[in-house]
Design a protein around this ligand. Structure first.
Ligand code: F0G
Length: 467
């Protein structure tokens, strides 16, 4: 076994939140009553919750102190002025519009920009971005780089396929494409980072064709750390300098600050264009709140301002990315194949390869997700045919996702090496008897985003019909 080390935490623990593992018969009951859908389990019944890294991070003493300093004035609050200054310094943009989370930024932005039938290219859309673009009559299209699909351990697999992008612009016409997005890091593509070279090239293509270029920058600080570590020319720059260069290539950004804002709730739109800002601010006031609080309390905004600054700290980022790398190696050693290289916020287990005896229409990644809870009280999330497959409207058959993955997202500053070792041990125990894992069938499903509410049952034999 390789001798691995987990990077020591650049913080000590001041306040603790007890967690406990329910006895096995209780876990069996809980997962059965949840109809084998981990979204329906009460958080108290979970031991290690790796459902998401969004809004689940631990705040620092400075952030807790910032809560007390929050200014709850309706208009022009001190907290907003401080937050606006922080965002402007990082992004270099002229206007900062606060929103309470990322998907509201998406709603407001697409509502103000898209016309029916407009295309929105992205390296890979996150689900809510895709849903909001479609909801506002746009057509989201993904151009992940070809390396994204390979199993090779190469850096920057989150890149945009600039060749395809340019081809698409020529084919559809720039007037049908008001904006191109770049998601950093690329969540739906394994949390893989995007290189500065790729950002620059995409920006140049957009400028050439007069198309806006925006970031979905939920995990931009982690992305900047990868640039510093792996892209020549950036090794001696600070993370903040790298971030400033990155944002200089774009016309604006949408951010869910629940990730690299180290906030439990929050987000923003940063933008240069005055007319677009006017439109977005008008809508903001109708659906979210006045333009100096955007659906948040003053204390939320203050904590977010501090979190945005802390997320650029290099010791923190080295620990964060190192922790994920360590976690990935432990899981591999435990016998489960993962997507490599490891990205910034999660490990993705390739359940299709881990459980080849379970066909896609019996959801191998969901089977492993269920087993993680049964065996160890761990909550992960299926990202495979249950989330993305759906039912073919013509044949009624279960559609297949490109990969059957289980995402183990790691909340920021929350779990220690022992917690991650525990998860790897549980995976090792499951690996030892994986042939015994069964497939599942859906007994109830919604038309949209069915994974949130779906109900399932275990398939007793193999080769069961789906429907
Ligand atoms: N963009 C990206 C890249 C995201 O990962 C998310 C959320 C959003 C936008 C939407 O932000 O949740 O604040 O409205 N991702 C979470 C996740 C939910 O678990 O990956 P939000």
């Amino acid at each position: 076994m390789e001798n691995l080390r987990h990077p020591a935490e650049p913080f000590r623990i001041k306040s603790v939140e007890p967690i406990a593992l329910l006895p096995r018969p209780e876990r069996e009951r809980v997962i059965r009553e949840a109809k084998y859908n981990v979204f329906k389990i009460r958080a108290e019944d979970i031991y290690i919750d790796l459902l998401t890294d969004s809004g689940t991070g631990a705040m620092s003493i400075q952030q807790w102190a910032a809560l007390m300093l929050g200014d709850e004035s309706y208009a022009g609050a001190r907290s907003f002025i401080r937050f606006e200054k922080v965002v402007k310094e990082i992004t270099g943009k002229k206007h900062v519009i606060p929103v309470h989370q990322g998907r509201v930024a998406e709603n407001i932005f697409f509502s103000s920009l898209l016309k029916k039938g407009d295309y929105v290219p992205n390296n890979t859309h996150f689900d809510t971005t895709r849903a909001n673009a479609s909801h506002k009559n746009g057509i989201p299209v993904d151009f992940p780089c070809p390396e994204a699909a390979s199993d090779d351990e190469i850096p920057f697999k989150g890149n945009m396929d600039t060749h395809q992008l340019e081809h698409f612009i020529k084919e559809k016409g720039a007037e049908k494409i008001p904006v191109v997005f770049m998601t950093v890091t690329n969540n739906s593509s394994g949390g893989q980072p995007v290189s500065m070279a790729n950002i620059k090239e995409t920006s140049q293509i957009c400028r050439k064709h007069g198309i806006l270029f925006f970031f979905d920058c939920a995990r931009y600080a982690e992305n900047c750390y990868f640039i510093k570590k792996y892209e020549p020319g950036y090794e001696n720059k600070s993370i903040k300098e790298i971030a400033q260069e990155m944002f200089s290539y774009a016309d604006g950004a949408l951010m869910s600050a629940k990730k690299d804002g180290l906030a439990n709730m929050g987000g923003f739109i940063a933008v240069n264009d005055d007319e677009l800002t006017r439109k977005m601010t008008e809508l903001l006031i109708v659906i979210e709140g006045f333009f100096t609080y955007g659906g948040m309390s003053g204390r939320d905004i203050d904590a977010m301002a501090t979190g945005l600054t802390e997320a650029l700290n290099e010791d923190y980022l080295a620990y964060r990315v190192g922790q994920i790398e360590y976690f990935g190696k432990m899981i591999e050693q435990a016998g489960a194949p993962i997507i490599k290289p490891t990205g910034g916020h999660a490990i993705f287990i390739d359940a299709g390869r881990f459980l080849p005896h379970i066909p896609y229409h019996q959801f191998p990644a969901q089977s492993l997700t269920i087993e993680l809870y049964r065996e160890g009280g761990i909550r992960a999330v299926e990202i495979g045919s249950m989330m993305f497959g759906g039912i073919d409207p013509v044949t009624g058959e279960q559609l297949k996702a490109s990969r059957e993955l289980v995402r183990l997202a790691v909340p920021r500053r929350v779990f220690t090496a022992s917690h991650l070792d525990y998860v790897a041990d549980v995976i090792g125990r499951i690996a030892g008897r994986k042939e015994a894992l069964k497939g599942y069938r859906l007994t109830r499903q919604a038309t949209y985003l069915r994974h949130f509410t779906a109900e399932l049952e275990e398939v007793a034999d193999s080769g069961i019909k789906v429907k």
